[in-house]
Design a binder for this molecule. Structure first.
Ligand code: SR1
Ligand code: MG
Length: 407
């Protein structure tokens, strides 16, 4: 591997690389490295000092293609820059909410960052019906702070436009445009879904009113540079302990609609809700956990709204910010976007290329179809009814009504 050009690192090369970074490990430290990545796109190396209490770090290296598909799907290495710069901004705006970045190497498209081995991927915890008492507070605050403080509400227009330029991320956005907003709504080659739900999928492909609403939401994603969004904020991009929450993987970050991030968190809690139709066969246990998930959804929005309004009062620079009607209208539009994007994100995970392990880990397709059908039905209604939304409780009652066959 030449010093000044990109090359995919082996575990041994990764050890050699970290030894050269000043201040990370002692000169003679005995280092052990393991590639542990199981995501769709990158290599992830865990490097640890081979001693009790030994220090450890993570190195994430972007591959020049999507790992999940292979070399036939080339992908920009610039996503490593986007990720490291987004992490640094998020850590400044909302300290401790993301892994700390120790080093970024442009040539090798890699970021050296804090090891979060004490945390687990939240999706796994939710499949195991775990409770996270601080999660709503943490993620509601993260969303409010990162979205408000990177928007035109808080930044002067010049600074904001420089940030828009810094986070131009066309290749990663194209993945979202295709996989979230386009392919699931027609018979695209990339789609993959359980043949047992063919009828429901075809109903979606033929639903003109629904496709019109998806087209509007896609257009808004393409054109509405509202705030620096994470861009892929599902529960696989969140690591948790009972007391702590860390948001990871902002390689899809770009300027986009705030509701896209809020909707992503909510969609993934609802996908988990649907998956318990197959995972948790004891009805009492299932209903209890599903109630908990809906409680989380309401609490996340409530905390988000409270924090967003308080940032508005204290930090808004926009001249019209003192107009109470503008603040209320802004929040209402955010809520409606949240409904819409949550709906899109639920349907894409059932029909499109990339699924979620909440549903995929139900190996029997007959058992899985119930949750998949429910996810499609909820997703569809969230998109169709979004303009009628006035309150987050409209969302949780929509979920219950769909489940009870009332809509
Ligand atoms: C090829 S990438 C597929 C999906 O994985 C990521 O987590 C994003 O959600 C993307 O759409
Ligand atoms: Mg990711």
């Amino acid at each position: 591997m030449a010093d000044s050009s990109y090359g995919v690192l082996s575990e041994l090369e990764t050890i050699k690389f970290v030894r050269k970074i000043p201040g990370l490990f002692a000169k003679n430290a005995n280092l052990v490295c393991r590639e542990i990545g199981d995501g769709n796109l990158n290599l992830v190396f865990h490097i640890k000092e081979d001693s009790l209490q030994g220090k450890s770090i993570i190195i994430k290296q972007a591959l020049p293609y999507a790992r999940v598909v292979g070399e036939s799907w080339p992908l920009t290495l610039d996503r490593a820059r986007i990720e490291s710069e987004a992490l640094m901004i998020q850590n400044t705006i909302c300290p401790g909410s993301v892994p700390q970045v120790y080093h970024y190497d442009q040539e090798l498209a890699l970021t050296v960052m804090e090891d979060l081995s004490t945390h687990i991927i939240m999706r796994k915890g939710l499949i195991g019906r775990k409770h996270y008492p601080y999660f709503a507070k943490h993620i509601g605050t993260f969303l409010a702070r990162t979205l408000f403080l990177t928007s035109d509400l808080a930044l002067d227009p010049q600074t904001k436009k420089q940030k828009v330029r810094q986070f131009i991320n066309p290749e990663m956005c194209k993945i979202t445009e295709d996989l979230v907003f386009t392919d699931p709504y027609y018979d695209a080659k990339t789609n993959q879904f359980n043949p047992l739900i063919m009828k429901e999928v075809k109903e979606i492909w033929g639903h003109v009113e629904l496709k019109l609403e998806i087209a509007k939401l896609k257009e808004r994603f393409l054109t509405h540079a509202q705030a620096l969004i994470h861009g892929d904020l599902h529960t696989g991009s969140i690591m948790v302990t009972e007391k702590d929450t860390k948001v990871i993987d902002p390689e899809f970050a770009c300027y986009g609609p705030m509701g896209f991030d809020i909707g992503a968190v909510i969609a993934n809690l609802l996908l988990n809700y649907c998956a318990h139709e197959g995972h948790t066969l004891d009805q009492n246990e299932r209903l209890q956990y599903q109630d908990y998930l809906l409680y989380l959804v309401e609490k996340i929005w409530t905390i988000f709204e409270k924090e967003f309004r308080s940032l508005w009062k204290e930090n808004a620079k926009e001249q019209f910010a003192s107009l109470q009607e503008y603040e209320d209208d802004y929040l209402l539009r955010l809520l409606q976007d949240t409904f819409g994007y949550a709906g899109c994100k639920m349907m894409r995970r059932v029909i499109g290329l990339a699924h979620v392990s909440d549903l995929e880990s139900i190996t029997d397709p007959k058992l899985r179809e119930k949750g998949e059908r429910l996810a499609l039905a909820i997703g569809k209604q969230l998109v169709l009814k979004r303009e009628a939304a006035r309150d987050i409780r409209n969302l949780t009652s929509l979920v219950r009504n769909v489940e009870n066959g009332k809509i």
